[in-house]
Design a protein around this ligand. Structure first.
Ligand SMILES: [Zn+2]
Length: 453
């Protein structure tokens, strides 16, 4: 592999420019109220901070709030980075120019700001609770040199490479080569090209969503996508192709990172949960092992056991109690509760219902609480680093759905949409009738025919 071991293959020489982002202020609750309270509470907090930067951030936060109350555009201009992006609770988005114009708008008349429960969390070069890959520490930058600077690419090198933005860049080049060698866009019929940028997933697992690494890979992926669309504009022609971009899941914050900020979070050991179920049924004369397999959130009982439990409500209760009293468990669903999802149910159970496949899914589905990770490491070797995904919570489920190009009406649409809507929408654009479909055609985002059409 050309360039292996060269300094150029360094994963981020420095943090990407993201405003004043050396930390994060959370828990802010703005209400109209008493501005005196704001000053007292933030000064009291400044006194408590150990790191002087935490106090500085709180002062900046206060200046930001006061500048907004006073509609002081020059002060905000000085405070806000050139690449500032603001997203409101309703999804409305503004850049620095629009943000400052909104502040100057005579209709914007705030009277005061009240901040409550403000906490400052500082993030350094090392992501809290990150997993160190073979040959890497958890601190930036990460050089692609294999286990110990090996002369040839070793297994560690390939894992490092896949967990870096450079695999995405390589994949972009591969996609371009596919367009060229297969003559995509030149056959007179519709061609389909699917590209899976999976390194974001590996970086998410290894460093978590609050890391420089995840910011770095997204900034660089944005550049790769720009390069790819520029290539398609040249080869296929702008407006002659349609792009659908989405993700199949998000990533949970690393549990120890959440714990540091005082949030209930942790690791839920599946072997421990399994042992708990075995122990609970011990006095009731069930032959061991009662559990055949634990897989992700699913419990599979040994043959005949679940049928027997269904006929024995007292034993079933013992099992369900043993599971639901385990720290980190939010709920436990029985297969028969998931198999007939006809009655109105909570969003969390609905996700389990949609995942249920009779004959393949487990007998029980154990749902963890938010910020808890399922862990299948053997008993006694609980994992403490890295993170995962696969829950029905917002941090896992909220993903982008973008369309661009042929037949798309540019805009932002606030109707509910899911990645399952992508296939029906592309099918509608290409005149294909799908045999079955889960999603809907996102008609609101399709260009309406004009007289010229
Ligand atoms: Zn994953």
């Amino acid at each position: 592999m050309a360039g292996f071991g060269a300094e150029l293959l360094c994963f981020s020489q420095g943090p990407p420019p993201l405003g004043d982002g050396c930390g994060q202020v959370t828990g802010m609750n703005r209400t109209l109220g008493c501005s005196l309270l704001l000053m007292l509470s933030s000064m009291a907090m400044v006194a408590q901070q150990a790191d002087p930067r935490e106090g500085k951030l709180l002062i900046l936060e206060r200046m930001w709030n006061e500048a907004q109350v006073n509609r002081d555009a020059p002060a905000l201009d000085a405070l806000v980075a050139e690449r500032f992006v603001n997203t409101e609770y309703d999804g409305e988005f503004s850049d620095k120019t629009k943000f400052l114009a909104d502040i100057r708008d005579p209709l914007f008349r705030p009277s005061s700001v009240n901040i409550q429960d403000v906490k400052v969390t500082l993030y350094g070069e090392t992501a809290v609770g990150a997993r160190a890959l073979d040959g890497w520490t958890t601190t930036l930058p990460h050089a692609l040199r294999g286990k110990e600077g090996s002369a040839v690419p070793d297994a560690a090198f390939y894992e490092q490479w896949a967990t870096s933005p450079f695999a995405d860049t390589y994949l972009t080049k591969l996609a371009e080569a596919a367009v060229d060698s297969l003559g995509l866009g030149k056959s007179g019929t519709t061609d389909f090209l699917g590209v899976s940028y999976s390194s974001v997933d590996y970086v998410g697992h290894t460093f978590g969503p609050r890391s420089w690494e995840i910011q770095d890979i997204l900034v660089r992926l944005d550049q790769d996508l720009g390069e790819f669309f520029g290539f398609l504009d040249k080869k296929v022609g702008a407006g002659n192709y349609v792009v659908a971009l989405s993700a199949d899941h998000g990533v949970a914050p690393i549990p120890v990172d959440m714990q540091k900020t005082g949030v209930d979070a942790g690791v839920l050991s599946l072997p421990e949960l399994q042992a708990r179920i075995e122990k609970a049924l011990e006095p009731l004369n069930y032959t061991k092992p009662v559990v055949a397999r634990m897989a992700g959130n699913e419990v599979y009982f040994s043959e005949g056991v679940y049928g027997r439990l269904k006929a024995d409500p007292a034993a079933m209760k013992v099992v369900l109690d043993a599971i639901s009293t385990m720290p980190g468990v939010a709920a436990v669903y029985r297969a028969e509760e998931l198999g007939n999802g006809t009655t109105p149910i909570a969003q969390t159970r609905k996700a389990a219902v949609l995942s249920y496949f009779a004959g393949r899914s487990g007998d029980l589905y154990v749902l963890q609480k938010p910020y808890w990770l399922m862990d299948s490491s053997p008993e006694g070797s609980k994992r403490v680093t890295g993170t995962g995904h696969g829950t029905p919570y917002n941090y896992d489920q909220h993903v982008p759905v973008f369309f661009m190009g042929f037949g798309i009406q540019p805009g932002e649409y606030f109707e509910p949409a899911t990645p399952a809507d992508i296939a029906p929408t592309l099918a509608a654009l290409t005149g294909i009738t799908l045999a079955t479909r889960d999603g809907r055609v996102l008609a609101e985002a399709l260009r309406k025919p004009t007289k010229k059409d």
